[in-house]
Design a protein around this ligand. Structure first.
Ligand SMILES: Nc1ncnc2c1ncn2[C@@H]1O[C@H](COP(=O)(O)OP(=O)(O)O)[C@@H](O)[C@H]1O
Ligand SMILES: O=P(O)(O)O[C@H]1O[C@H](CO)[C@@H](O[C@H]2O[C@H](CO)[C@@H](O)[C@H](O)[C@H]2O)[C@H](O)[C@H]1O
Length: 448
């Protein structure tokens, strides 16, 4: 019987694809911040594409099976090294040992932390062309300088980003899905439209195996930027006033929606749009409650919120939106807000993330983020969040679009839906944080 780890493009088993590697990965993957459903046992790992960037550096796509999840549901991107001698500074990145094809003892490690490997990767992207299953592209050709020193970004991330010489940032999508990633698509279209609040993609790469999908994007690095979450947290902890920043954020969000509406098609919702949306929100709620028991007592209250949405008049138009807007996705640099990470909510399928939606979803995302900042570290600071909320909505309304406070039923339902998403997100990725969205769910379910 052939090994399940045979590579798709190889007729011979590759040294990196062995049952030992699968065993190493099934222990290592669930310990990674970006790995989804860490609580579910890994029942199978197989290499579906491998590209040798150097004799000891491998770009891999691995399929992971987990208890209770549909087969073929997750494909992860990895950069692994396999050497006979690992320098002490990389010991913390060691996955374990395996026997090489010549019987040698190989040390397998996470090569994203090895500058030699990530320099090689950026160099491949810069030069363009095809290598194994990988296709590299850049525009304009000269946009990615050579010879920059890499460092892995130390951020709470769903993916992994590497900053090169404070000039460019390469984001590697950890969980890969078929199709173009909106984090390449949207900034690309906005850049062509002349919109400057979003860093433009200057290079990217795709895979053709086991499906066609985006693997990574290079953008200019915004030097000296501070993300909105850090700024908001400082302000909330000091009981400071964040309303100036929040108002500008509201304006920036409105301007982003205008730019997106000018760059992509805009649709009027169908007559039954709210009913259908309320059904989808209820479905998501029931799914989340089946996974997170603490949500169950709030189901009746939240259902009421969604019933009100179903019967509400007047829908907003539908358009491409950010999809996962929160304080961690906005960066303050050069005295203005920049917006990053158009990937959407990472757990959702790409088709859903690329669908046209109501801009209110983004507004609800940012309002929820003020609430997160206000409820972090035990002490609740609801007045701080209320001030931010008002300022943000005023700023949004000042762009001439609409004031979100004038459509309370829609806003309430979208905030509730977003809080349910967050409960599930925290249960999957950061169980210690789950009380933050759970408290919001309780509040939103009570005040319908
Ligand atoms: N162009 C950029 N310049 C400077 N920092 C950036 C840039 N893009 C992203 N970042 C930083 O990287 C962090 C993570 O990026 P993001 O795209 O949100 O990744 P993820 O989807 O993995 O969370 C951001 O919060 C921000 O601090
Ligand atoms: O990784 P992404 O930035 O794409 O987004 C995911 O992770 C976020 C956390 O890193 C998560 O955001 C939640 O926590 C934030 C504080 O860390 C808070 O500001 C957000 O409001 C809250 O939703 C996000 O939901 C998730 O998609």
């Amino acid at each position: 019987m052939s090994s399940p780890l045979l590579l798709s493009y190889d007729t011979e088993p590759h040294p990196i694809a062995s049952p030992t590697l699968a065993a190493l990965l099934s222990r290592w993957l669930p310990r990674q911040r970006w790995f989804a459903h860490r609580e579910r046992a890994v029942t199978g790992v197989s290499v579906t594409a491998a590209t040798e960037l150097a004799p000891d550096v491998f770009h891999l796509l691995v399929r992971v099976e987990q208890t209770g999840l549909p087969q073929d549901s997750a494909c992860y991107q990895l950069l692994l090294g396999a050497v006979t001698d690992l320098p002490p500074r990389l010991q913390g990145c060691l996955l374990g040992r395996m026997e090489g094809s010549h019987g040698q003892d190989l040390l397998v490690y996470d090569a994203l932390y090895d500058p030699r490997a990530t320099i090689l990767l950026l160099d491949r992207i810069r030069r363009g062309g095809v290598m194994g299953a990988l296709r590299f592209e850049s525009f304009p050709r000269s946009a990615v300088p050579a010879g920059l020193m890499p460092r892995v970004l130390d951020a709470e991330q769903s993916n992994t980003s590497i900053v090169y010489g404070d000039e460019v940032i390469l984001k590697l999508f950890r969980r890969v899905q078929p199709g173009i990633n909106p984090d390449l698509e949207i900034p690309g279209v906005l850049a062509r439209h002349g919109y400057t609040r979003v860093p433009p993609p200057v290079a990217w790469f795709h895979t053709s195996q086991p499906f066609w999908g985006t693997l990574g994007v290079v953008q200019p690095f915004l030097r000296g930027a501070t993300d909105g979450w850090t700024l908001a947290l400082q302000s909330a902890l000091a009981q400071g006033d964040f309303s100036g920043h929040a108002r500008e954020l509201g304006r920036a969000t409105g301007e982003l929606h205008v730019a997106l509406a000018e760059s992509f098609p805009v649709r009027e919702p169908a007559a039954e749009h709210h009913t259908r949306l309320a059904d989808q929100m209820t479905h998501r709620l029931l799914h989340a409650a089946a996974t997170v028991p603490a949500l169950r007592s709030h189901v009746p209250g939240l259902r009421e919120v969604f019933i009100k949405l179903a019967t509400a008049d007047g829908g907003l138009h539908l358009q491409r939106i950010h999809g996962d807007l929160h304080l961690g996705q906005v960066l303050r640099a050069d005295d203005q807000w920049h917006v990053v990470d158009f990937e959407g909510e990472p757990a959702k399928p790409l088709a859903e993330r690329r669908a046209d939606r109501s801009p209110i979803h983004d507004i609800a995302g940012m309002l929820r983020s003020f609430d997160y900042a206000a409820h972090i570290e035990k002490a609740a600071r609801p007045e701080w969040a209320t001030r931010c909320r008002r300022a943000f909505c005023d700023g949004y309304g000042a762009t001439g679009l609409f004031d979100p406070q004038d459509i309370p039923v829609l806003l309430h339902a979208h905030e509730a839906d977003r809080a349910v998403y967050e409960v599930l997100y925290e249960a999957t990725h950061r169980p210690d944080w789950i009380t933050v969205p759970l408290r919001a769910v309780a509040r939103l379910a009570r005040h319908h």
